[in-house]
Design a protein around this ligand. Structure first.
Ligand code: F6R
Length: 369
């Protein structure tokens, strides 16, 4: 039931603090991430993994791309993120010490299911990140970490996505503990960051009116660009996907470092560009690079909508609009930065009079190829 909400999607966006809280529940003990579902493997198996391959489609693949940064940083295991339908139609190299992680909100996406089957037949172990109890993909996996985001009814995934990142981060911290790649103190710090996320999402959600104003102003936009760097890159891709799906606007996400390699040619006066800005504290080496990207495109007439950390004064002179996110560790910013982008997509679709829960041509679960 929608309750008092205008759409299931609006309700699900607002439920994200609870979605993340519920995904964390029962998986943190004495300040450490301990995922009981991983016991099926035994620590020796997790310690012996030489590589992780993540398979997923759409928004779930962006959750995977985000988690790659965290898994590699914390657990020091190389991670490849593959679209399920690309993975299974080539000859991917899989060994017994490869761990395949599938991510699927529905647990029914045909391509992801087939990728998991392929991987297991090739001898790899498979873990599934899934939001739907008893779905097919978890049944075909060696272990499952359920996201407890609650049922997602709107076609476009929102709380499913933040739940997936939370579950993947728990996995990454569990893995780092088992593999001894971080000290218990360092691990505990990251766990605290994760536990602080629900409240910070709640704060981020308060900017709804400002997002709506921007959306109304942008109703006639024909193309929107999204830039991000590091973990902001998959968020740029997700922001663009949400806008395509919901508002039927041509939207593209780019890694900010790619600008000079082509995309900057797209910038003309008035072109709206959302920029996910890394924290000036947590990502002191990347922040100035993204600010200089903003200056470059602004000089060519782009209208800048920045998603930036509260108190980030460096972006203010160059941004036409700023949405603020609370301070968080660099790897945790995606869980906050995605929220204004989700809200923008829904507000723009609403301003255009579109059905946000059932966008044209899309189905909630893609059980055919
Ligand atoms: C985007 C969206 C899709 C799904 C994709 C995978 O808003 O909903 O891109 O993320 O179809 O679906 P699941 O996670 O059910 O495998």
């Amino acid at each position: 039931e929608k309750g008092g909400w205008s759409s299931f999607m609006a309700k699900e966006i607002s439920e994200q603090p609870d979605a993340v809280t519920n995904t964390l529940r029962g998986r943190i003990h004495d300040g450490q991430a301990v995922v009981p579902e991983l016991e099926a493997f035994g620590d020796d198996v997790l310690a012996g993994i030489s590589r992780i391959v993540i398979v997923a489609c759409g928004t779930a693949a962006y959750a995977g791309q985000t988690a790659k940064y965290a898994i590699e940083k914390w657990a020091k295991v190389p991670v490849d993120v593959e679209l399920s339908h690309e993975f299974r139609y080539r000859d991917p190299v899989l060994t017994a010490d490869t761990l395949v992680i599938s991510i699927s909100q529905s647990g029914e996406t045909m391509d992801t299911l087939m990728a998991v089957k392929y991987a297991r037949e090739a001898g790899a172990k498979a873990i599934s990140i899934c939001n739907t109890q008893g779905a097919t993909i978890p049944r075909e996996s060696d272990a499952v970490i359920y996201t407890h985001a609650g049922p997602e009814v709107a076609v476009a995934s929102t709380k499913g996505f933040t739940g997936q990142i939370a579950a993947l981060y728990l996995f990454a911290l569990h893995l780092a503990r088992v593999r001894n790649t971080l000290s218990l103190e360092e691990l505990a710090e990251q766990v605290l960051e994760l536990q602080a996320i629900p409240e910070k999402i709640a704060t981020t959600l308060l900017q709804e009116d400002a997002v709506r104003q921007l959306a109304v102003w942008m109703t006639d936009s024909r193309a929107v660009l999204f830039l991000g760097r590091h973990v902001g890159f998959p968020i740029a891709l997700e922001g663009a996907l949400k806008l395509k799906e919901l508002a039927y606007i041509h939207a593209e996400g780019f890694a900010a470092g790619e600008l000079k390699h082509g995309p900057i040619a797209l910038i003309e006066p008035g072109q709206p560009v959302f920029v996910v800005v890394p924290s000036p504290r947590g990502s002191a080496h990347l922040h100035p690079k993204v600010v200089s990207n903003i200056q470059e495109i602004r000089a060519r007439g782009a209208r800048i909508i920045a998603i930036a950390e509260q108190g980030d004064a460096a972006v203010l002179p160059f941004a036409d609009t700023v949405f603020h996110i609370p301070l968080a560790g660099p790897l945790f910013e995606p869980l906050l930065a995605v929220v204004p982008l989700q809200m923008f997509a829904i507000e723009l679709a609403t301003a255009k009079g579109l059905d946000v829960d059932q966008p044209r041509n899309l189905a909630k679960s893609v059980t055919v190829e």
